[in-house]
Design a protein around this ligand. Structure first.
Ligand SMILES: [Zn+2]
Ligand SMILES: [Zn+2]
Length: 269
């Protein structure tokens, strides 16, 4: 078991993501400042979506830049090359091919689009006002039943980041019957669950997913948890990790998983 210096951030965006202007170097400098020994970039790749933002990652150019950065910072900080794949049930073959074609260290699978619409936009809630959360969780389950080429399920209750602002009430207990099958599927497939501090850095009281879901995942036998800030700018890189560490420990976890070459290695929390 590895001792930690400071929690490694394994969910970081740069200007390779359509929704970030941050040069990778600025993220690296922030991680070094925080005392991290390793980080993993996970830029967005949401294929086949209609959006004002281009969420397609130029993967060959991304790898080229990662190679340059690994060399530049060699001996200072370990840099891993990951990706955040946008899961949509009909993309199973395409995503599996993409995951196999490149040497990623780590793949986060995240559901950002439901029926082609990101819950980031209030229109999602207009369209699904009676079952906004249920429909999101059903979509996540459908995706991970069909798609297996990811390592960690990203920000499971992502929708809460936007639903909370619109006044939609939420707790694990209210949606347990929708969430438990997701956790069971993640565990049965040997995947990890991400603890994403992005909820906390966006002013919510909980990470994504919330404490009760993280605890339930442990109760059901889940052991692999990854930690990521979802930082799109240096200010939030590593944000609230000490808090997440405390939350995970309170849920009974002793370790968190750090991926390299798609393999987890456990580090003390
Ligand atoms: Zn995401
Ligand atoms: Zn992200």
């Amino acid at each position: 078991m590895e001792k930690r210096s400071f929690y490694a951030d394994q969910h970081i965006h740069t200007s390779f993501s359509g929704d970030s202007d941050t040069p990778p170097e600025l993220q690296i400098e922030k991680a070094i400042e925080l005392g991290m020994e390793r980080i993993c970039f996970t830029d967005h790749h949401d294929y086949d979506v209609v959006s004002d933002i281009d969420f397609n990652l130029d993967i060959p150019r991304y790898f080229e830049e990662m190679r340059r950065l690994k060399e530049k910072y060699s001996g200072t900080i370990k840099i891993c090359t990951g990706i955040e794949l946008g899961l949509q049930a009909h993309l199973g073959d395409y995503l599996a091919k993409t995951a196999a074609e490149y040497d990623f260290d780590f793949i986060i699978g995240s559901v950002h689009f439901v029926d082609g619409l990101d819950p980031y936009y209030p229109e999602y809630f207009d369209r699904n006002s009676d079952n906004a959360y249920e429909h999101y969780f059903d979509t996540v389950l459908d995706c991970i039943e069909k798609i297996k080429c990811y390592d960690s399920l990203g920000h499971l209750d992502y929708i809460v980041r936007y639903g909370a602002k619109l006044g939609y009430s939420y707790s694990y207990g209210q949606f347990a019957e929708y969430i438990d099958p997701i956790l069971k599927r993640v565990i049965a497939d040997g995947k990890a669950l991400e603890c994403n501090s992005g909820g906390l850095s966006r002013g919510l009281l909980e990470p994504n997913p919330c404490t009760d879901i993280l605890r339930r995942y442990g109760e059901l036998g889940g052991e692999l948890v990854t930690l990521g800030s979802d930082a799109h700018e240096p200010d939030t890189l590593g944000c609230c990790f000490e808090r997440c560490g405390e939350i995970l420990k309170s849920c009974g976890f002793k370790y968190y998983a750090v991926y390299e070459n798609r393999q987890p290695k456990m580090y003390n929390l």
